[in-house]
Design a protein around this ligand. Structure first.
Ligand SMILES: C[S@@+](CC[C@H](N)C(=O)[O-])C[C@H]1O[C@@H](n2cnc3c(N)ncnc32)[C@H](O)[C@@H]1O
Length: 212
């Protein structure tokens, strides 16, 4: 077993724990009051309110609040940072009991069930090593059954090279489709300009795929 100083995955956990224990929700570049693009794409997937939805690398995002408010009955949020999920639980109060909170590194996670909608805003793009991307895609394939939908938002090709001090892999719809492989068919894609809490503009791409 690698020791804690050399295992990049442990470094990843430490990095994100430090972020979420030192910064407030509105002090991170990726904060958005209303996750309108994600919600639009989830709506376009036309899932029933009973559909199992998971937000991968959901952090302290307010997407889960919006999903609950819209009547989705079993949302799940996965993140490598327990502190991020704790922030969302505290914000939601009693409603947090309706959410499945999963502390895990997505590249090592062993999904206990399948999901109909997999959403990821700005987590996949941190996987700059092919082995990590492959591990992610393997989990995606085993977790989303045929007919399910996958929505992934990343920095666009003209987006920032780094986020939270870490290098990212930037995508357009085609390169993201290539990264996911032939088990996924591109159904929709768009670009979006995210305004950080301090007014900087970051270009994202969002793509929606059908699991074949
Ligand atoms: C830029 S933030 C985006 C958070 C959230 N999706 C949003 O839109 O507000 C990236 C998130 O991915 C999480 N993350 C990064 N690498 C991860 C991994 N390998 N497994 C699970 N979560 C990860 C981080 O903890 C962080 O919450």
């Amino acid at each position: 077993m690698p020791d804690s100083m050399s295992d990049p995955r442990l470094d990843r956990t430490a990095h994100w724990q430090a972020v979420y224990t030192s910064k407030r929700e509105t002090e991170v570049s990726w904060f958005e009051e209303n996750p309108t693009t994600s919600l639009r794409l989830i709506q376009d997937a036309q899932a029933s309110r009973d559909a199992a939805i998971i937000d991968i690398g959901g952090g302290a995002s307010r997407l889960v609040d919006a999903l609950l408010a819209q009547g989705y009955r079993s949302p799940a949020v996965l993140d490598v940072s327990a502190a991020a999920l704790e922030a969302s639980r505290a914000r939601l109060g009693a409603r947090s009991a309706d959410v499945d909170w999963i502390v895990a590194d997505v590249t090592r996670w062993r999904p206990p069930r399948t999901y109909e909608i997999w959403h990821d805003r700005a987590a996949f793009h941190f996987l700059t090593e092919a082995a990590d991307r492959n591990a992610y895609v393997e989990r995606l394939k085993s977790t989303v059954a045929s007919g399910g939908e996958v929505i992934i938002g990343t920095f666009a090709l003209d987006g920032p090279e780094k986020c939270s001090g870490l290098f990212v892999q930037r995508y357009d719809a085609k390169s993201l489709a290539d990264a996911l492989g032939s088990s996924f068919e591109l159904a929709d894609h768009l670009t979006a300009a995210h305004r950080t809490p301090w007014g900087a503009i970051q270009h994202f791409q969002f793509s929606r795929f059908k699991r074949l």
